[in-house]
Design a protein around this ligand. Sequence first.
Ligand code: GRG
Length: 292
Amino acid sequence: MQVFASAEAQADPLALLSAEMHEVDRVIAHRLQSEVALINQISGYIVHAGGKRFRPKLLLLFANALGDPGHHRHTLAAVVEFIHTATLLHDDVVDESALRRGKQTANALFGNAASVLVGDFLYSRAFQMMVSVNRMRVLEILAEATNVIAEGEVLQLLNVHDPDTTVERYLQVIRFKTAKLFEASARLGAILSDAPSDIEEHCADYGRAMGTAFQLIDDVLDYEGDAEVLGKNVGDDLREGKPTLPILLAMERSQPAEREILRNAVLNGEVERLSEVIRIVRSSGALEATRE
Ligand code: GRG
């Protein structure tokens, strides 16, 4: 079977995407609604806090490119954004983060309990919506993806404060916690288009590679000044004791004295010598190596 993109999608995929994202935002606003005012307040706050909507866009790009004939893609695009947002709410509680998307986190504003519970609301609302699409394969993909995301977070817990962790373990964490939802989003675009399995696998591979690169860049930005633009503070991961790829590569490349400073930074989390750590990571060439 050959897969054809619609003439519209071939002509200008990005223009089509921006029009479609209005529709996705409409679905998001509609499906956020709850009878409980506090849920509306918190979910409205986080969903409209300026997220980039990467995962819905990825799903729509593949659905359009492969000629999805139906109308479920807007629902599923909203579903992947809800799942993503639920994970962010939970993650900010786990990490005790104060900033997200350049604004105060929901946990900082509304407290941990409300944040976790609204995350549960968004996740279960996403579940209702995916069931309404009435395709078992869609359910399988999203159920597996959320399962793997949660596993990734638990694996990360095991990595935190462990300076002896390996690059392989770090890569597994980011494939699980970040790349899996990118992979699922791209794959769903193919599934909605009834693409043959080899095309579906190519889409999934692309999504996984993009998600992995995305998280690597996110981690690199932790050591660079412009991270503040993204609402992160330089050194956030380090303060949480997360040994990310730049740190692991810098350790491999450093002399014993500098390696000891990096090890202590990961072990203790609270980084008194942050500027020194940043200098070591930068001068080791680890950031450039991460980009490769
Ligand atoms: C609720 C199913 C469920 C699981 C909870 C806490 C947790 C398990 C998972 C957290 C996973 C996580 C936070 C991964 C990091 C993903 C990441 C790179 C987030 C930032 O993505 P952007 O930049 O965010 O796309 P915006 O703000 O643009 O939406």
